[in-house]
Design a protein around this ligand. Structure first.
Ligand SMILES: [Fe+2]
Length: 490
């Protein structure tokens, strides 16, 4: 018998708790015939409810789902990521693990079991598909069946105990830069950084120390530098032994930007000090120009997530949990790095922004993300008291001119992270499709939107209608049929 707590029993984000195959999905409009590949999502779907009410939704079991595009048709598939933890819970028919990244809250007997839930991001490299979460190694997934193959350590070459949810691939060299923080164990200040070439072989390793242990959720990559934002989610042995979730917000600690030259050694890293009270959960893109390094990212000026509360006991402030596109610059020729910030748009955005991945590491023009346009209708009665879900538009943000081209998804729709898919390998920046899932809160079902990324205001080209809520998504990606030829004949 499973007793889901009231917190997890109802609403759009209630657990799905089933695996699914939908053959030949219902489509409004026409799927572009040149879309060959798979739109993949990873999120959390708790098979068992959390042991403790104060746990974070970041502890939900990983679930991978995909819309497979072939010859103008779309099939859907969803599977749990079969982590060691999920299998251990299934065998016991209960939740055996405690709160987010705190092994002191687990029941006895699970010490040797990998705690990760692999619920954050899908990522593809060297012909392999992974489900990632930053507290452990990647889980390799079969791209056709979506079944879990197992934890992956790059043939024993990868030595960090953790692996980021957000590696970056250099589109020009094809190499992936990745890292693990708390690399040698719980609360360790070790940061291990790797480059992995286009064949999947590790070619470099750097072993660094961070200024303080913080949530280093994302990074950025230029042609010359690797950037590591360090900011105000902090942790300690005291809070873990007190049974708290891993992170608490400290608005007193300064932000740091780690800048590591790609052709340098570990001793060449610089930690450029910035103001306190800043948060960069996700980056957009970065580039280097001479001695200057630029980073574009949505920036918060307070704790982004309600689940990770201020350590001084003050309440979480939703007014500060708004992200604005910001351009940071650093001058490496100066002694202190000359930290500088420029707000690019005055409208807050969801911080899950994407670019045309072929323009990563160099100066790009566009960022794509979902946001709430208050001038367009949103029917708040359907959003179940969760205004943060009420993001009614996908936008193409022109980071050079300040223009926004947007697609309105509907008054009862809350959008999730989107993915840009180029029309052809040689198409100009931003020429392609924007794909993302809309939660239809009125009909309690998920809908996949496919739009022309150059003409968002014209509305979508097609909308795939699933006959159910497809569960929560955190991040998504696209697997092209060129990179994964097995998808041509799945
Ligand atoms: Fe993320």
């Amino acid at each position: 018998m499973v007793d889901l707590s009231p917190r997890t029993r109802s609403g759009f984000a209630a657990p799905q708790r089933f695996e699914a195959d939908v053959f030949d999905c219902d489509v409004i409009g026409r799927i572009p015939a040149d879309l060959e590949g798979m739109f993949v999502r990873v999120g959390g779907d708790p098979l068992y409810p959390p042991k403790y009410e104060h746990d974070s939704s970041a502890s939900s079991d990983g679930y991978i789902s995909a819309f497979w595009f072939h010859d103008g048709y779309v099939d859907y598939r969803g599977r749990y990521v079969k982590t060691e933890r999920l299998l251990a819970n299934k065998a016991a028919r209960r939740q055996r693990f405690g709160v987010y990244r705190n092994p002191f809250t687990d029941e006895p007997g699970v010490e040797s079991i990998d705690r990760t839930v692999a619920n954050t991001a899908p990522y593809a490299h060297a012909g392999k598909l992974f489900a990632l979460k930053e507290d452990s190694l990647p889980y390799e997934i079969d791209p056709v069946t979506l079944e879990t193959i197992g934890r992956y350590d790059f043939n024993g070459q990868y030595k960090s105990l953790t692996f980021t949810a957000h590696p970056k691939t250099d589109p020009f060299s094809g190499e992936m830069v990745c890292y693990g923080y708390e690399a040698t164990g719980l609360l360790s200040d070790d940061l291990f950084v790797y480059t992995i070439d286009r064949t999947g072989q590790i070619t470099r390793e750097w072993r660094l120390k961070v200024p303080y242990v913080s949530m280093m959720h994302d990074m950025a990559l230029t042609q010359k530098h690797i950037l590591f934002p360090v900011w105000g989610y902090v942790t300690s042995m005291e809070r873990l032994k007190a049974g708290e979730v891993h992170w608490g917000w400290d608005d007193k600690v300064p932000m740091y930007m780690g800048v590591l030259p790609r052709d340098g050694d570990a001793r060449d890293v610089r930690w450029i000090k910035g103001p306190p009270g800043r948060a960069i959960v996700h980056t957009v893109n970065a580039w280097s120009e001479g001695d200057k390094v630029y980073l574009e990212a949505p920036m918060f000026t307070g704790a982004p997530f309600p689940d990770f509360k201020p350590i001084d006991g003050s309440p979480w402030d939703p007014a500060k949990a708004k992200a604005y596109f910001t351009r940071f610059s650093f001058d490496l020729s100066s002694k202190d790095g000359s930290w500088s910030e420029e707000r690019l748009f005055e409208i807050p955005v969801c911080d899950l922004a994407r670019v045309d991945d072929r323009f990563k590491t160099v100066r790009q023009r566009y960022a794509f993300t979902h946001y709430h346009d208050p001038k367009l209708p949103s029917d708040i009665e359907f959003f179940q008291g969760k205004p943060r879900a009420m993001r009614n538009c996908y936008g193409r943000f022109d980071m050079t001119t300040g223009e926004i081209d947007s697609l309105f998804a509907g008054p009862t729709h809350g959008l999730q992270e989107c993915q840009f898919v180029p029309r052809r390998p040689d198409a100009e920046e931003g020429d392609g499709y924007l794909i993302g899932v809309a939660n239809n809160y009125k009909e309690l079902r998920s809908e996949l939107i496919i739009a022309d990324a150059k003409h968002l205001k014209d509305g979508e080209i097609a909308r795939v209608i699933l006959p159910f809520r497809a569960g929560a998504q955190i991040h998504c990606t696209w697997l092209s049929a060129e990179d994964f030829p097995q998808l041509r004949t799945r």
